[in-house]
Design a protein. Structure first.
Length: 292
């Protein structure tokens, strides 16, 4: 959970049975905000051990939602990615106040992007799917609030810099003992990861189910070069171009639409490249990656 602008860094992955839950706004230049779930491995459902990558906790020490480049997931396994919507960010030129309202449905209009732009509004994170649905049927996830801040500068020399951050609050309600074999409060400790900027506080609700407040934060800073194409704004970071980002400049108002993506890791399916994943798993997902 980049994620609402330009591919700012939205969420990391595991090798176990797989729980999910981090939003990642990547600063890799790939125009996406990624959330994710993990594919079930051969271990018994609900078996939870110490949380290491080779055990069936659904999480590893590197996090629990694959990034678009496979970061956070063990190298050499397949990751499927599907688009689930868009994260729109509304910017004002040089901090000029603008109408912050927006729609997550892309409405690109082009325009001159050169200048400095500050985020003043965002929308679209409300459409995030339940991160735990596949691992814990019957669970629910409710969007509570989000905050996206940052400034992006696009130079006439086709270089760009971005400085920003994202924060997302959601409530998860689930039966942790039935799904993962742990008590409610212990589950919150299990999915919290300071290194991945994920914090979860869980407690029993009056209905005797486990309710967790999960807060996910993400650094959305990056730098590189850019190109404006017929399909949108393309950011290149460390020599790797991202997907086109729909863009609209209207006077002092800039709107960008980043893709929101859901990822699913397949720990038991090895690969050398994305073609191996497609050959083994077919068209189960829109896009395949081989974690590097």
């Amino acid at each position: 959970m980049s994620a609402c602008g330009v591919d700012h860094e939205p969420l990391a992955g595991d090798a176990g049975t797989g729980t999910s839950g981090e939003v990642e706004a990547t600063s890799s230049g790939a125009a996406s905000t990624t959330i994710g779930t993990e594919a079930t491995s051969d271990e018994p459902a609900g078996e939870t051990t110490t949380g290491q990558a080779d055990e069936s906790t659904g999480m590893d020490e590197d996090g629990f939602i694959p990034r678009p480049d496979g970061g956070g997931a063990p190298a050499g396994i397949c990751i499927g990615i599907d688009d689930v919507g868009h994260l729109a960010t509304v910017h004002g030129a040089t901090q000029t106040p603008v109408d912050p309202s927006c729609s997550p449905r892309p409405a690109p209009c082009g325009g001159d992007i050169v200048g400095s732009w500050t985020i003043q509004g965002h929308c679209g994170l409300e459409s995030l799917p339940n991160l735990f649905e596949s691992e814990c049927p019957g669970s629910t996830m409710a969007y509570l609030s989000s905050d996206v801040q940052g400034t992006s500068t696009f130079g006439a020399d086709l270089t760009f810099t971005m400085d920003g951050n994202l924060s997302l609050d959601v409530e998860i309600v689930l039966d942790t003992m039935a799904c993962f074999g742990v008590e409610c409060e212990a589950f919150g400790e299990l999915i919290s990861d300071e290194a991945e900027n994920v914090e979860a506080v869980c407690g029993e609700s009056p209905e005797s189910v486990c309710a967790c407040l999960m807060t996910i934060t993400s650094d959305r800073s990056s730098a590189g070069t850019y190109d404006v194409t017929a399909d949108g704004l393309v950011l290149t970071v460390d020599g790797v171009p991202g997907d086109p980002i729909p863009t609209c400049v209207d006077a002092d108002r800039l709107t960008l639409w980043d893709s929101l993506q859901e990822s699913q890791a397949y720990p038991t399916v090895p690969c050398d490249d994305a073609a191996d994943c497609e050959a083994a798993l077919g068209d189960a997902h829109e896009t395949w990656l081989c974690a590097q």
